[in-house]
Design a protein around this ligand. Structure first.
Ligand SMILES: Cc1cc2nc3c(=O)[nH]c(=O)nc-3n(C[C@H](O)[C@H](O)[C@H](O)COP(=O)(O)O)c2cc1C
Length: 211
């Protein structure tokens, strides 16, 4: 388990009670029993307790070709990318769980982001869909490091694309043994850290949107 910046008291969400934060949540794994998806659910449920609306999408519902300039030139931006771009446009914040494949984030996750960054139907850059959007990343792995390399790498990608990353992070090691039957984490302290990520995302989004 890795975490830092565990206090979110600086962002007093009670000040911004009237705003409903809309969060788009997705995971870099479409596996049926994805550990990352389970972790995402915990962070999302905390965000909901602070009034956020969370929309989950599964990347398996948006199968896309591997991004290639020639494919885009020949066939244009796929309709599924248009649907994703509309989803990104309708949300204030991104909650991402990034599995680790050979020391990095998964190809399917990066491929989706690359497609979404392409020009929208109105011709504006897809990067406008990331600019100023608040984002949080968590990761889970059966390994001891919990996918921390993928989590940090994904933060770098989202930052480059224009998102504002909250300081709260979480990586869940030995994740195959970490979940209780009710979907929570066996380790209550670890669960509290995951929930702080969800709450931090809502708090920072309210703060930035209000100002
Ligand atoms: C091709 C491949 C490479 C992997 N590389 C790593 C790795 O570098 N580090 C790690 O912690 N886990 C690695 N794993 C294990 C994944 O973390 C594990 O399959 C995890 O459960 C995937 O996330 P999910 O449960 O959300 O599907 C790898 C798995 C695959 C299939």
């Amino acid at each position: 388990m890795f975490n830092q910046f565990t206090s979110i008291s600086f962002f007093d969400s009670t000040t911004f009670q009237n705003m409903t934060v809309k969060i788009l949540a997705f995971c870099g794994s479409s596996r049926r029993d994805s550990l990352n998806r389970k972790l995402l659910e915990i962070a999302a449920s905390a965000a909901r307790t602070d009034g956020a609306e969370v929309t989950f999408i599964t990347l398996a519902d948006f199968p896309l070709p591997i991004y290639d300039v020639d494919v885009e030139s020949a066939h244009g931006v796929p309709e599924r990318v248009r649907a994703l771009q509309e989803l990104f446009a309708r949300h204030d914040a991104l909650l991402v769980a990034s599995p680790e494949h050979n020391g990095g984030y998964t190809a399917v996750l990066k491929n989706m982001l690359d497609w979404v960054s392409r020009p929208t139907a109105t011709g504006s850059s897809g990067l406008t869909l990331f600019a100023g959007k608040v984002a949080a990343v968590v990761s889970a792995s059966p390994g001891p490091m919990g996918g921390i390399r993928a989590m940090l790498g994904m933060r770098g990608v989202l930052e480059k694309m224009g998102a504002i990353l909250i300081p709260q992070v979480f990586s869940l090691g030995s994740a195959h043994q970490a979940f209780a039957e009710n979907g929570g984490l066996v380790d209550e302290k670890a669960e509290a850290e995951v929930r702080r990520v969800g709450l931090g995302l809502v708090g920072v989004t309210k703060q930035l949107t209000t100002h």
